[in-house]
Design a protein around this ligand. Structure first.
Ligand code: UT7
Length: 338
């Protein structure tokens, strides 16, 4: 007998910028090929903010508005807004504050969560605790990323991976067996330097002279771009996402046979396939949008969830398993009955 969930998903939404960047576009600016990217990662194109002038909070607002409408609520019904992002509009106030302003969600408390690609799962876990406290009813949990603002277009090992976008859900107290049945979050700070963008903050671990060297001959500030040791990240990501899936199922007191749909973080098709194989979920039950969106970090799971619901791939009553991994390292998983 599975546990009674504390929160359920009342609505979903997402937003994608219109401009596309294809593998062929990358072939024109760096030494790469459609063949390599397709084989090694699985991406064909990504959506990018480009010259649209949009910010992270603009994308977060659009996804949040769609989720609130889908839930049959108004912005004033929202008591809290959590935005998971590593590409905030500015140091402070939070990106969530601008979402509150844009939506007119005047009854909400708004703040950001920074847990890289696992950010939305961290946000959902926080929302569960807030609703369980009895002090909050409707919470908007958004993942929104303007990753191309941190992309180094001289580094073929990372540039081809990322895209921009946002996804959102509204959660509310669960009324029956539907809702978030299990969760798990974890991190390992010892591995921060394998995937990071260390510019912009107040860290004091580098001497000024070292920092000056971080601006290269072409003027690119190496401190505020994504640096990744892809191979080490890859290996850890597979293990950590499997652990997340297993721990979330354990927390939900369910087994692999109970899973109807798997929505993994969209970073690499080979990672997605490895997770699916390990948790015994057949190919037709795995949601993938990486091919045409790239890695949108904290936005990838809520975007995929909204798309899958609207396409009828996720139906009422389905049990979803989601798992993510990202910079930090951070990782985590959820089991949600829709
Ligand atoms: O969302 C957060 C978590 N992020 C991830 O999960 C990403 C995990 N990492 C990965 O997905 C993989 O590490 C990548 C797909 C990014 C790279 O695959 P890899 O097998 O780790 O390749 P590598 O970095 O070891 O590079 C292998 C070769 C190198 O060439 P040499 O030195 O063997 O001649 C790279 O220079 O592939 C080369 N390479 C490329 N070639 C063409 C790297 N990037 C590219 C590229 N096009 N875009």
């Amino acid at each position: 007998m599975a546990k009674q969930p504390k929160i359920m998903i009342a609505g979903t939404g997402h937003f994608l910028p219109e401009q596309r960047m294809t593998n062929q576009d990358f072939e024109k600016i760096m030494d790469t090929s459609d063949e390599w990217i397709t084989k090694m990662v699985g991406i064909k194109e990504r959506r990018i903010i480009g010259d649209s002038g949009l910010s992270t909070s603009d994308m977060a607002t659009a996804a949040g508005k769609a989720a609130i409408e889908d839930a049959g609520l108004t912005a004033e019904d929202i008591d809290a807004i959590i935005v998971a992002t590593v590409t905030p509009d500015m140091n402070f106030p939070s990106t969530a504050i601008f979402v509150q302003k844009n939506l007119g969600a005047k009854n909400a408390a708004a703040f950001d969560v920074s847990a890289a690609c696992t950010g939305w799962i961290y946000g959902m876990t926080l929302a569960e605790g807030m609703i369980a406290s009895g002090k909050f009813k409707n919470i908007l949990v958004i993942g929104a990323e303007f990753l191309t603002s941190l992309t180094d277009y001289t580094d073929r090992g990372t540039a081809v991976l990322f895209g921009d976008g946002s996804g959102a859900v509204v959660v509310k107290p669960s009324e029956d067996e539907k809702g978030m049945m299990g969760s798990y979050i974890k991190s390992n700070g010892d591995l921060a330097e394998l995937l990071w963008s260390y510019g912009g903050g107040t860290h004091k671990n580098k001497k000024v002279t070292d920092q000056e060297k971080m601006v290269d001959e072409s003027g690119i500030d190496k401190r505020s771009i994504i640096k990744m040791e892809g191979n080490k990240v890859y290996k850890y990501a597979v293990r950590a996402m499997i652990e997340s899936a297993e721990k979330a199922m354990e927390d939900a007191e369910i087994t692999e046979e109970d899973i109807d749909i798997l929505i993994p973080h969209q970073a690499n098709l080979r990672i997605i396939d490895a997770i699916a194989k390990r948790v015994n979920v057949s190919d037709d039950k795995v949601i993938r949008n990486l091919q045409y969106l790239g890695n949108t970090s904290s936005a990838s799971i809520p975007i995929a969830l909204d798309q899958a619901r609207k396409e009828g791939k996720v139906k009422d009553g389905d049990t979803l398993l989601v798992a993510a991994f990202g910079g930090g390292f951070t990782w985590g998983g959820l089991v949600i009955k829709m």
